[in-house]
Ligand binder design. Structure first.
Ligand SMILES: Cc1ncc(COP(=O)(O)O)c(C=O)c1O
Length: 370
């Protein structure tokens, strides 16, 4: 099997920990355990025995996750190492070479690259900037054939931060049901809505819907590497057996922290701290873009720690990102990572001072280029 490079993750992996100002993150400035938990909880973690634990996720955690989804119980849930593992298990366990996968673009390109490496045929449909990053439903409809096995989407979307309208959600579910195909929804950015109004889950809207989730974005706990799959019990059982071949289990400390964070009171506190940070930085970015209105255009994101900016400068996006990194020590994601030159993705989830310093450095390069 020939694996294509996952450009976004590979590029981030190379530089994100060595640049001074990393604005490539799509999540929020991470918590420390000390900020998050009380002394009693911390002490309990210190004395935990670090065995394997339950490989599909401890009962209490799966119950807690299932309580976030209407109609789900603990057997509808598999706990995974990040939502990245959830994506991997879904594609690996449900699709065969030559199957057709209809894939929303722009998108986080893990499923795209992986499916192509597995010999699955990808047929795209697009969110369109002129539609405020809503989908072209006619395009989706025209892509469905008898060979289609799955429609995979990301809502809220990476990189645009767009949230599907009610009508678009309904239309997508309708088309999936009519074609009797899996509808896989990457919902990792749910909970990180700037308005505070949580995006409705697709789960439960049709019997072949599977969704993922996790702690890396809205919860600002990337390093715990906790994600999950929620879907029909038969599928969850199958995905669990596939995870015997990937990572066996998630780690016990992360499981414990996840169980605590997802309890209603702490969950609310964490989500509201993160939304506040994102809204503050988005306000700053809107002002910054106003100052550069001849160079940048963007539709402000509704969710997630990122903004997707189209620019009007004669330079390729990878070159722009490289120059910013090499000359100014500030790192942004090139639109090329999403197959969309002339865009950059800017992380808006860092602490305000850090974010402002990063923007100032971008300003400096822009002045030099022009
Ligand atoms: C849409 C989307 N899905 C999945 C992931 C993987 O996230 P994690 O494995 O950290 O939960 C990311 C990371 O950026 C993402 O943007």
């Amino acid at each position: 099997m020939k694996l294509e490079e996952f450009m976004l993750e590979r590029t981030q992996s190379l530089w994100e920990n060595t640049v001074k100002y990393n604005l490539t993150e799509s999540g929020v400035h991470p918590y420390s355990l000390k900020e998050l938990l009380n002394e009693d909880e911390l002490e309990k973690i210190l004395t935990m025995r670090l065995g394997y634990g339950q490989t599909n996720g401890p009962i209490e955690l799966r119950k807690t996750i299932s309580s976030l989804y209407p109609g789900a119980d603990l057997d509808n849930v598999l706990v995974t190492n990040g939502s990245a593992e959830a994506n991997f298990l879904t594609i690996w366990s449900l699709l065969e070479p030559n199957d057709e996968l209809i894939f929303m673009l722009p998108n986080y390109m893990q499923i795209f690259g992986l499916a192509r490496s597995f010999g699955i045929n990808i047929k795209p449909f697009h969110l369109k900037e002129e539609l405020n990053w809503q989908p072209d439903i006619d395009e989706l409809k025209s892509q469905i054939t008898l060979k289609t096995k799955m429609i995979a989407i990301c809502n809220p979307n990476n990189p645009t931060g767009a949230v599907l309208s009610k009508e678009a959600m309904k239309a997508i579910v309708h088309l999936a049901r009519k074609a009797n195909v899996w509808l896989y929804v990457d919902e990792i950015y749910r909970g990180a809505e700037l308005s505070g109004k949580e995006t409705p889950t697709f789960l439960g809207q049709y019997e072949k819907v599977i969704v993922n989730g996790g702690l890396a974005k809205a919860y600002a706990l990337q390093g715990l590497r906790i994600g999950w799959l929620v879907g029909p019990k038969k599928f969850i059982e199958k995905a669990w057996s596939y995870s015997d071949y990937t990572t066996i289990a998630t780690n016990l400390i992360s499981q414990r922290v996840a169980t605590l964070v997802l309890q209603p009171e702490l969950r609310k506190k964490v989500l509201s701290r993160n939304r506040k940070l994102l809204s503050g930085n988005l306000g700053t970015l809107v002002e910054w873009v106003k100052k550069h209105k001849e160079l940048f255009h963007f539709i402000p994101p509704h969710a997630g720690g990122m903004a997707f900016l189209r620019y009007n400068i004669k330079i390729n996006s990878t070159e722009l990102s490289t120059r910013l990194r090499e000359e100014k020590d500030v790192f942004v994601v090139a639109g090329d990572c999403f197959g969309m030159d002339n865009y950059i993705r800017l992380g808006i989830g860092s602490e305000k001072k850090y974010f402002l310093a990063g923007l100032d450095l971008i300003d400096e390069l822009l002045r030099e280029i022009s």
